[in-house]
Design a protein around this ligand. Structure first.
Ligand code: PLP
Length: 439
C-alpha cells in the first residue's frame, strides 16, 4: 500500500484521475517517476497559464531567495510588494483605465471571493448576493453558498444562506435573456426578491462546464446592476490572467465591474496568491477587519511582477493567445463534426474551451484515453460531461498541435461505432453559449 493510500484523506480528486507519482515539470510538460512525459492540458486547474517553472520567473525567485528577501511579511510593506503593486498599476490597471484598490486576501481563490462578498454586504448594508446556475466560487462556506454544484454544497454540513440563484446566460434552450428576469423582479415590489448587495458572476464558467456568457448578456447584467445600485463582482479567478485572450476576461465585453477577484495564475508560478480589487469608494474596511496570516506571500509578489513584466508590457502575448485560440477553436469544431456533431458541442472563449459530450461517461473515457496517450486533461460540468482544455498559454504551436492530435484521436476512438458510452438519451441539448471566438 502506498503512503498516499495509507495516510492521505480520501478527499483527493485529481490524484484519482491521474494515478502516477509526478516529480518534475517544465513548461507544458509533467514527468512521472517512471520517466513518462505528459502534456499538461490541466495546468493546475488554470494556475499555470505561463507553464511550469518558467525559467525567467524561476531566476527572479532564486535570486530573491539567495539574497534573503522576505518570504512571509503579513501585510507589511516590503520591496517585493511595492514592485508588484507598481507593475500591476502601470501595466495592468492604468492601460485599461481601471481605478481599483488592491486587497491582499488569504492566498487561495475562495479567500478573495469571501472578501468580495463580505465587502459588498458591508458597503451596501444588504445581505443577499445573487449568483448563477453552474457558478463555482470556492468551497469555504461563504463562497460555497454562491457555488451551484450539489456535490460541493452537500459537504457544507449547515445551511448555505445569503445567496439567491439566477439562470446563467444560455441556461434555457431558448434565447431568453435572463438579465431581463432580474430587471423585472427587482423592479416589482411584490416579486419577493429582496434587493441584493451584489451579483457575482464568471464571464466563462470553468467548473460549471465551460459556459461562455455573451458580451451582450454581460453588458445587460451591468446595466441592471447600475439601475438598482447593486455591486457587480466578476470572479476572474479562472478566466483571468490571459486565459480568454486579455488580462481580465471582461475587457472585451466592455464592462467595468465594481469588484474583481483574481488568483490561480496571478503569481505566474503556481504560488498561492489572491487579490480582491475594488473601486476606491468601496474601500470601507477598518484596519485588520478582514485579515489572515498569509496575505503577504512575497515569493508570489516576485514571480507575479516577473510575469506582468514579461507578458503584459505590450500586446504581443495577447495577440499570440488569440492566434492559438482560433487554431484551437477550429480544431475542436472539426473534432465535433467528424465524431458526431449531433452530440458533441465545442464551447468556450479564447484558450478556455472544451467539447460538451452531453454524456459524462463518454467525456471520462476520452480524458482517460488522452491520459493513456501522454496527456493530463480533465472534465467539468454538472455531469462531468465537458472535456475541458486548459493548456498553458505559453504552449508552443507544435505542442498545441500535438495535444489536439491526442484529443482528436481519443474522440475518434471513443466515439467510434459501438464504443460510445452511455445507454441513456444522448440527445444534444440546444446549447446557447457555444464558442465565443475571440474578436
Ligand atoms: N472562483 C472560480 C471561478 C474558480 O474557478 C475557483 C476554483 O476553481 C475558485 C473561485 C476557488 O479557488 P480556490 O480553489 O483557489 O479556492
Amino acid at each position: 500500500m502506498s503512503i498516499f493510500d495509507e495516510l492521505e484523506s480520501g478527499v483527493q480528486s485529481y490524484a484519482r484521475s491521474f494515478p502516477r507519482t509526478f516529480h518534475r515539470a517544465q513548461g507544458e510538460f509533467l514527468y512521472d517517476d517512471a520517466g513518462n512525459k505528459y502534456l499538461d492540458f490541466l495546468a493546475g486547474a488554470g494556475t499555470l497559464n505561463y507553464g511550469h517553472n518558467h525559467p525567467v520567473f524561476k531566476e527572479a525567485l532564486l535570486e530573491y531567495i539567495q539574497a534573503d528577501g522576505i518570504t512571509h511579511g503579513l501585510d507589511m510593506h516590503t520591496r517585493s510588494k511595492e514592485a508588484f503593486l507598481t507593475a500591476f498599476a502601470e501595466k495592468i490597471l492604468k492601460p485599461r483605465n481601471l481605478d481599483y484598490v488592491v486587497q491582499f486576501t488569504g492566498p487561495t481563490g475562495t479567500n478573495a471571493v469571501e472578501a468580495a462578498m463580505k465587502l459588498a454586504r458591508k458597503v451596501t448594508g444588504r445581505t443577499d448576493v445573487i449568483a448563477f446556475t453552474n457558478g463555482f466560487h470556492g468551497v469555504s462556506l461563504g463562497s460555497l453558498a454562491a457555488t451551484g454544484n450539489s456535490h460541493h454544497r452537500g459537504g457544507a454540513g449547515i445551511s448555505l444562506s445569503g445567496v439567491s440563484r439566477l439562470p446563467y446566460d444560455g441556461y434555457f434552450d431558448s434565447n431568453m435573456d435572463t438579465t431581463e428576469y432580474l430587471d423585472k423582479v427587482l423592479g416589482d415590489g411584490s416579486s419577493g426578491v429582496d434587493l441584493p448587495a451584489a451579483v457575482i458572476v464568471e464571464t466563462v464558467q470553468g467548473e460549471g462546464g465551460i459556459n461562455a456568457a455573451s458580451f451582450d448578456w454581460l453588458k445587460n447584467l451591468e446595466v441592471v446592476c447600475r439601475k438598482y445600485d447593486i455591486l457587480l463582482i466578476i470572479d476572474d479567478i479562472q478566466a483571468g490572467c490571459g486565459r480568454t485572450g486579455t488580462f481580465f476576461s471582461f475587457e472585451e465585453a466592455g464592462i467595468k465591474p465594481d469588484i474583481v477577484t483574481l488568483s490561480k495564475s496571478l503569481s505566474g508560478y503556481g504560488l498561492p496568491f489572491a487579490v480582491t480589487l475594488f473601486r476606491p469608494e468601496l474601500d470601507q474596511w477598518q484596519p485588520g477587519e478582514h485579515n489572515g496570516t498569509f496575505r503577504g506571500n512575497n515569493l508570489a509578489f516576485v514571480t507575479a511582477k516577473a510575469a506582468i513584466d514579461l507578458y503584459w508590457s505590450d500586446n504581443r502575448f495577447a495577440e499570440n493567445i488569440k492566434k492559438k485560440s482560433l487554431y484551437t477553436a477550429n480544431r475542436l469544431k472539426n473534432i465535433a463534426e467528424h465524431n458526431g456533431a449531433d452530440t458533441l458541442t465545442p464551447k468556450g472563449r479564447g484558450m478556455f474551451c472544451g467539447i460538451d459530450c452531453v454524456d459524462g461517461e463518454l467525456a471520462g473515457n476520452i480524458t482517460r484515453n488522452c491520459f493513456n496517450n501522454g496527456m493530463i486533461i480533465e472534465t467539468s460540468g454538472p455531469e462531468d460531461q465537458v472535456v475541458k482544455l486548459l493548456s498553458p498559454l505559453i504552449i508552443s504551436e507544435q505542442n498545441l498541435k500535438d495535444g489536439l492530435d491526442i484529443i482528436e484521436n481519443a474522440f475518434a476512438e471513443e466515439c467510434a461505432g459501438g464504443k460510445r458510452a452511455g445507454t441513456g438519451s444522448r440527445e444534444k441539448k440546444s446549447i446557447n453559449n457555444l464558442f465565443r471566438v475571440a474578436s
